[in-house]
Design a protein around this ligand. Structure first.
Ligand code: MG
Length: 499
């Protein structure tokens, strides 16, 4: 590595250490911090975030970058650099431009508005009163339109916002893919059998320590080394990275299957973080490609492995041995059938893998209308409810289970929702491809022999860091572009097997 590049990487590494500290403070706040700790934490976190922002927009950093790449044209000065090194510079420039794009006063205004909006959203949801949130949402939309203008990353304002979460994504492609998925999903919903009553064992109480023991064993089976990963408990599970060798995940006890599916999901995120190329630590090459690709790694394990009948052939007897009383008269197949129910429901985070994407597509369509168009924010709840009725066949009875169910818009996170469905679409591509590349994947899942499956993800996805975009990964792995077909094929088969 030439000295200028080594200097740049060293600088970036220090910035990353600050990000790790920030992540650790955030993790602690959500897990172990005593409640009164918030007084200090609410000042410590912005301080660290401010230091990070100072470092990535500083004159020193600019000089380091400028030695290697023309900041205006993006031209790399030393063309003898390897392809990876050139990619490192291009990604660094993208990050630098994004950090510089937003004026300080704008960032402050957004942060202030978001913190008030979050509070208002919380009150509005509790009181089931949209009018409390409405003025804040109006302000957030206005600010997001401004943000899109500053970022200037796409053909439309919404494209710009989307691109900040999913580099290279655009609404022309996404509209085509999402429309096909939507039409197909609506048809599949019409073929669903009637909902059956929830069996007693799904509502039973299960010893939490025993569930945690099973969770730890499962994480080990998946290939997550104990020395690199911690599991804790939170109401809203998440995964966060302190360092490329130190990742934290959380789960909750919300039904016996939910806990384990959450473990599969969050460990999927963790394995991705742990599989990034450590030799590039601190640089964009040791970072995840995008929100969508990150989600594809978690959804691959949760949906394509955890919702696979073969997985429970081995997992169910483990649980039955741990919980003989609750699972006495249950078989692996009846257990699988009980957790594999597909039904339209009101709440996104509770949705199954078939209907989930419709929840996302509704938000995606409304977001586009809000950002590119001239939507009346007052009419938003009705538009929301109409779409639920049209796509899912159900209509929210109140604001809290409708327009007010998600916190994201109050943060100003517009353009983020579609990455969830992108994650599902990518994961379905990986699922079809791994069956071509690795012999007898179902057999491996039946035996919980996950090493060859993880190896595939390591070699095809993790090792690249940000050296490839999501679209480039799909192309290099499958030979063609992003398509809704693999996910549609998977969902069709799933529906056809329902009893
Ligand atoms: Mg996730």
């Amino acid at each position: 590595m030439n000295t200028s590049l080594a200097d740049l990487a060293r600088y970036q590494q220090k910035t990353w250490h600050l990000k790790g500290i920030s992540a650790l403070l955030g993790w602690d706040a959500k897990t172990y911090m005593p409640t009164a700790g918030i007084a200090g934490r609410s000042q410590q976190l912005p301080l660290i975030e401010g230091l990070i922002h100072e470092r990535i927009t500083s004159a020193d950093y600019r000089k380091l970058l400028e030695k290697l790449i023309n900041l205006e044209s993006g031209e790399i000065r030393d063309t003898s650099l390897s392809e990876r090194e050139q990619r490192l510079l291009k990604e660094s420039l993208r990050d630098y431009r994004l950090a510089m794009a937003l004026p300080n006063e704008f960032v402050l205004e957004m942060a202030e508005t978001a913190s008030k909006a979050e509070h208002a959203w919380s009150e509005a949801r509790e009181k089931n009163d949209y009018s409390i949130f409405r003025p804040y949402l109006e302000k957030i939309i206005g600010l997001c339109k401004k943000k899109a203008g500053y970022l200037a990353l796409g053909a439309t304002p919404y494209d710009s916002l989307l691109n900040a979460y999913e580099p290279g994504a655009n609404t022309v492609d996404l509209n085509r893919v999402f429309d096909e998925l939507k039409t197909e999903t609506i048809q599949l919903i019409s073929k669903l059998p009637e909902a059956k009553p929830v069996p007693a064992f799904l509502k039973a109480k299960y010893n939490e320590q025993k569930q945690l023991d099973i969770a730890h064993d499962l994480m080990k089976e998946m290939g997550a080394p104990e020395e690199n990963i911690r599991l804790d408990l939170t109401a809203h599970p998440f995964c966060t990275t302190i360092h490329c060798r130190d990742v934290r995940i959380t789960t909750r006890f919300d039904g016996i299957a939910d806990c384990q599916l959450t473990i599969l999901h969050e460990t999927g995120h963790a394995l991705y973080e742990l599989g990034l190329p450590e030799e590039w630590y601190g640089t964009p090459l040791c970072e995840a490609v995008s929100m969508g690709i990150h989600e594809s790694e978690s959804r691959f394990w949760e949906v394509f492995i955890g919702k696979n009948r073969a997985f429970w052939q081995k997992q169910f007897p483990i649980m039955q041995a741990a919980f003989p009383r609750q699972l006495k008269n249950v078989t692996p197949d009846s257990f699988y059938d009980a957790i594999n129910v597909l039904q339209p429901s009101m709440i996104r985070v509770r949705a199954d893998e078939l209907t989930y994407n419709l929840h996302i597509i509704i938000r995606y369509e409304l977001e586009q209308a809000m950002i590119n168009g001239t939507i009346d924010v007052g009419a938003l709840p009705e538009l929301w409810n109409d779409k639920y009725e049209k796509y899912l066949g159900i209509r929210p009875k109140n604001f809290s289970e409708g327009i007010l169910q998600d916190i994201h818009w109050s943060f100003g996170d517009i353009g983020y929702f579609p990455t969830y469905t992108l994650g599902n679409l990518y994961a379905a591509h990986w699922w079809e491809q791994i069956q071509k590349d690795v012999p007898d994947v179902e057999g491996l899942i039946r035996e919980h022999n996950f090493a060859p499956i993880l190896k595939w993800h390591r070699e095809k996805i993790h090792c690249h860091g940000r050296a490839k975009t999501g679209a480039e990964l799909v192309k290099s792995i499958t030979g063609s572009g992003l398509s809704p077909k693999p996910l549609i094929r998977f969902l069709r088969e799933k529906v056809s097997q329902l009893k």
